[in-house]
Design a protein. Structure first.
Ligand SMILES: Nc1ncnc2c1ncn2[C@@H]1O[C@H](COP(=O)(O)OP(=O)(O)O)[C@@H](O)[C@H]1O
Ligand SMILES: [Mg+2]
Length: 171
């Protein structure tokens, strides 16, 4: 992916770079998806239109999913298949939840208790219920086609994920 801007290293395991197009965000998602371990949890952060669902689409493709990825805003949770046996993707969008009690009632913890992969948009709405370890990916609108992307891993598994993503993407 030679066209991606060189990353800025903010802390040893963080990664901060610019995606120049929706297609590039898709490819970044694919790279990430290829390297995710079963049970991985990703928080997709950023405003409406930042590209969270676009990134999720790439991640699902990277995991070999044959399913169409759409915004789960109205249904809260979409489920997709992957090419790994026994591993599904839960694509969660908490945008419409405003009460912590509602978050509790959908039983989020169960989603990330096993081998399935969780992609969570508007994860801050469920702050109290999040697992201790995850990869946070924050997308920020710069202009019509450019988005700043920041990866912040929590936990060694996710630090290793960022390291291998860096190696495969930036060499
Ligand atoms: N570099 C980029 N990365 C991601 N999306 C982009 C980019 N440039 C333009 N876009 C467009 O921005 C929109 C992002 O929408 P979406 O992924 O649904 O955002 P969110 O889920 O964060 O609300 C899409 O229409 C996409 O084509
Ligand atoms: Mg979305």
């Amino acid at each position: 992916m030679k066209t991606i801007s060189a990353p800025v290293l903010t802390s040893p395991h963080e990664l901060d770079f610019i995606s120049h197009s929706a297609a590039q965000t898709l490819r970044i998602g694919q790279r990430l998806g290829e390297q995710l371990h079963p049970g991985a949890v990703l928080l997709l952060l950023g405003d409406l239109g930042a590209g969270k669902t676009q990134l999720a689409r790439g991640i699902a493709q990277g995991l070999g999913s044959p399913d169409m990825v759409t915004s789960p805003s109205f249904v809260l949770i979409n489920e997709y298949r992957t090419s790994k046996r026994g591993v599904r993707i839960y694509h969660v969008d908490l945008y419409r939840l405003d009460e912590a009690a509602e978050v509790q009632s959908i039983g989020l913890e169960e989603l990330w208790s096993g081998r399935d992969i969780c992609l969570i948009e508007w994860a801050r709405r469920a702050e109290a219920y999040l697992p201790r370890e995850y990869l946070a990916v924050e997308l920020r609108y710069l202009d019509e086609t450019k988005r700043r992307m920041r990866f912040t891993p929590r936990g060694t598994q996710y630090e290793q994920l960022v390291e291998s993503f860096k190696t495969t993407t930036f060499g």
